[in-house]
Design a protein around this ligand. Structure first.
Ligand SMILES: O=C(O)CCC(=O)C(=O)O
Ligand SMILES: [Fe+2]
Length: 285
């Protein structure tokens, strides 16, 4: 990871905006036609900083936003949908104002998530991200050793009754960086093989370490801003403090791969399937 606050190459600047997470990238007009080298530069900034922000990208519409998202992998969505870009507003506010990693109730959960500000309230409505790699790295060694051995059940039930359950390692090896990150979030139900009482305490212990303020960044949206996060190395939460004001964001997520734990084992599906969550048509934040 670069230790410089600002890193400049070919008119593109990557400027850290948080000590452990977050950078603003300037000098790029986002589109689906970016050079391979520019895409590689963005991807490596995401891997380094876990979430990156671009200002003034109001020229994007659903189509060009999806084309841009596709530079990082296959945008996920209903297979028959013509667009894999969705606008989110009031309907999602009570599902997303909690710390989570997107769609961890399936095995191959998304690699990246993208949001763009469309209509931003005069106050509030920020989004916060937390670095789950930094959270693991800053644990004392005995807690790291404990975490390395634990697996957790992630589960949810969609409004249409579809149920999803997956077992993930508590610590995953990042497939691109090799970094170790904690895998938890709002759909984590139980540490496998540990009593419900102790399991709740352990989840709380590791979750509290993820969301320590020094591991987080909060983004004050302006219309046109785009954020891209590494969903394998972060959690995020919307901040529901904008009262009755309107808040609209454009969203896309990129299809992922199943985590691998430090012992080399991959996540396993207990109920439901990786693809089903997209086919139900249910929102999956
Ligand atoms: O509304 C937000 O700030 C976050 C939404 C969210 O959790 C998501 O798009 O995955
Ligand atoms: Fe989310």
């Amino acid at each position: 990871m670069s230790t410089l606050a600002v890193d400049v190459k070919a008119d593109v600047t990557v400027e850290k905006v948080g000590g452990r997470i977050g950078a603003v990238i300037s000098g790029i007009r986002l589109s689906g036609d970016l050079d391979e080298a520019v895409v590689a530069r963005i991807r490596s900034a995401i891997l380094d900083h876990k979430v990156v922000f671009f200002r003034d990208q109001g020229h994007l519409d659903d189509t060009s936003y999806e084309a841009f998202a596709s530079l990082f992998g296959q945008p996920a969505g209903h297979p028959s949908a013509t667009r894999r870009v969705r606008e989110i507003g009031a309907e999602s506010r009570f599902q997303t104002n909690v710390w989570h990693t997107d769609v961890t109730y399936v095995a191959a959960y998304p690699t990246f998530g993208l949001l763009q500000g469309i209509e931003i309230p005069a106050y509030g409505g920020e989004t916060a991200w937390a670095n789950t790699v930094a959270a693991y790295a800053n644990l004392p060694a005995p807690l790291q050793r404990l975490a390395n051995e634990l697996w957790a059940l992630h589960a949810t039930r969609h409004a249409n009754g579809d149920e999803f359950e997956t077992e993930h390692p508590l610590v995953r090896v990042h497939p691109e960086t090799g970094e170790l990150s904690l895998v938890l979030g709002s759909t984590t139900k139980q540490i496998i093989g540990i009593s419900a009482t102790d399991s709740t305490l352990l989840i709380q212990l590791f979750q509290d370490n993820i969301t320590r303020l020094e591991n987080t960044i909060r983004w004050r949206w302006a219309a046109g801003d785009v954020a891209i996060w590494d969903n394998r190395a972060t959690q995020h939460s919307a901040v529901d403090d904008y009262g009755d004001l309107t808040r609209r964001l454009r969203r896309a997520i990129i299809e992922g791969d199943a985590p691998v734990g430090v012992d080399g084992r991959s996540s396993t599906i207990v109920k439901g399937a990786d693809l089903e969550w997209r086919i139900t048509g249910d929102p999956s934040y």
